[in-house]
Design a protein around this ligand. Structure first.
Ligand code: SF4
Length: 107
């Protein structure tokens, strides 16, 4: 017969390991650092006027024109490596690979 104390300890270890892994995965996904493409689309905290500006300037998270990306725009405010940055006119998280109608070449 197995010792039920050992079984319980083993169960708790496994539960803690799985819980930690799930927590880390959701944290990475929320930060857009899950190993996939960077996602900078969370506008939940924006004021309605800022969200409207973002929309009216047609911000997109992935530019259709590789020559016109936010990281090459003079209005882009760089963030940490592999993280969303900001913009002087479009509020909210900005993808360095994104773009909008106000793109202006960085000089
Ligand atoms: S103005 Fe537009 S293209 Fe330039 S950084 Fe801001 S969102 Fe990107």
């Amino acid at each position: 017969m197995k010792d039920s104390k050992v079984d319980r300890r083993d169960f708790l270890k496994r539960a803690l390991t799985l819980g930690a892994a799930a927590g880390a995965a959701s944290l990475l996904a929320a930060c857009g650092k899950g190993g996939g493409a960077l996602v900078c689309t969370d506008v939940a905290g924006l004021a309605p006027a800022d969200a409207a500006t973002r929309s009216s300037l047609q911000y997109v998270d992935a530019s259709a024109d590789p020559a016109k990306v936010c990281s090459g725009c003079m209005l882009y405010v760089a963030g940490q490596p592999n993280a969303c940055g900001g913009c002087q006119v479009v509020k909210g998280p900005i993808n360095p690979a994104g773009s909008c109608a106000s793109w202006a070449k960085k000089v």
